[in-house]
Design a protein around this ligand. Sequence first.
Ligand code: PLP
Length: 477
Amino acid sequence: MTGCKDISHLLSDEAKIRKPSPIKTTMKYFSDPDIIFLGAGMPPGDMFPFQSVSFESVSLDDDTSSSSTVKGCIGTNKDDLELQDDIPLGRALQYGNSRGQPELVSFLKEHSTIFHNIRYDDWDLITTAGSTQAWDACLRLFCNKGDTVLLEEYTYSSSVEAATTQGLNCVAMKTDNHGIVPEELEKLLQNWNSHSQGPFPKLLYTIPNGQNPTGSTLKDERKPAIIKLASKFDLLIIEDDPYYFLQMNEFGQPQSTIPDDLSSDPKEAKTQLLGQLSKSLLEWDYEGRVIRMDSVSKTFAPGCRLGWVIGPKYLLDSLWNYHEVSMQSTCGFAQTVINGMLQRWGQIGYMKWLLKLRNSYSIKRDHSLNQCFKYLPKDICSVNLPTSGMFFMVFIDAKKHPQFESKFQSNTDLMEQYLYEKFVNRGLLLACSSWFRVDPQKMDTLAFRGSYASVSAGKMEKGIRTLGDIIREEFQV
Ligand code: PLP
């Protein structure tokens, strides 16, 4: 293990001048019995109108019996908690802990070391209000107005909007079915033209697993090359990976089950339960250039507004300084309840829950792709095979439309809008790929994004059949 490289020159001007909030530096004295603390406007805990929160988890067993549900009731004080590692509600709801409540941070650090073999010592983890907030905060941490950010050519539209509204220059990186293409990235960086492309990029944003919108997953073999390029061209990487735990079973393969000889060692249990998961960019990072963003939005529930970032401690300290004067901290209720559930499940129990998620997403993915194979005309449509996440893309060969030139002036965006409206009129909503396109000029693909996450099997079949019908009518096949 080594230390990470100092890349603090990549911090934004704003982050360079930001100092720890002076009033927040006093918080460490708040619970010191030797200090009469008159220093902060904190409402007294005994005036919070809550005595406890209670929760009950779903079962972790395959048979959905209630034998492995966990229940908890968490009160306000440390002295009357059911578990030593519960977060007392009185503390969770108070000002003060903007790095995250220590019990939760400690669980998440252990979880992260089970799943990612981090190569340098001085890393840290702080909680966020989810990856949307974390991305916005990272942009402020590293970018000045006008700076250039690299993103996959199709990407999560909110991430692009957050960057453009901060006045940043968003430039697309070439991708294929396996994510960023390192050779193309190298060409892009090597031949950078500041006149036409803007300032040399500072930050690279990627969604490595189950990419939104394409559903593609960055190949493990490409990751070391991307990390090397980041080092060579002095880039910072933001790894936005909310779909990491939605890595699925092989297409058409039986469901994974909990083995009878499940190890009590979390690292071994991880392999027994979840097999070989892809390696994160964080794991390949040997210099401390990757900030990894995780979120409970896809593993618990989006309304929890809870996530975390991992990266070099000195960089997260700067992020923390910003959090202290912006979001202050992650929601106390969310931290208490999620931590309560995680502590009762334990690391291996949590993996069993992740296995359940994997199995149900695999069933949904297999079903929706089978409907595509059954109902879509093969010579017009093609569909990618997602190995993780919630999304699949239907690509349509626009040139095969009999009126591609006459009606749509060979413009795929015009055709996309026309088809989108046709779909909606027939009761089907698919997202237009142009909504996710970083370069608005690059209109060479006609594609729609579908998600199998929250649709019943029957509705998925009906939707894809409708899609097939419309394509056949339109393309006259
Ligand atoms: N990042 C990506 C790539 C997403 O697809 C999404 C949600 O769809 C988010 C972030 C939002 O995550 P969170 O709910 O943690 O803000």
